[in-house]
Design a protein. Sequence first.
Length: 98
Amino acid sequence: ELQADPMFLGELLETFESADVRGSGLLRIRDVEAAFDNGELLASNLGLEKNDDEASYYDFISFHLGYRRSSVVLNWYDVSHGLAQWVPPSMLGGGGLQ
């Protein structure tokens, strides 16, 4: 897309800034729905599901360049020979090792 239209990023920046009526650099569902004809679909594709969810300029650009969000599973392995059981759960993102 960028090779075919070198002005593409500039146009996306203008589009994002016009939708960012609060000037926060983040878009919420109501911002997207108000600014675009297909706002409800775009908000969903940007991962905006709740009223307080926000999409950054980078989320917006990534979506328009074809990148999509996907679920990621993180597996933790204890390679400390059992010493990790003494690590506070708060250091492990709230979960402990089993």
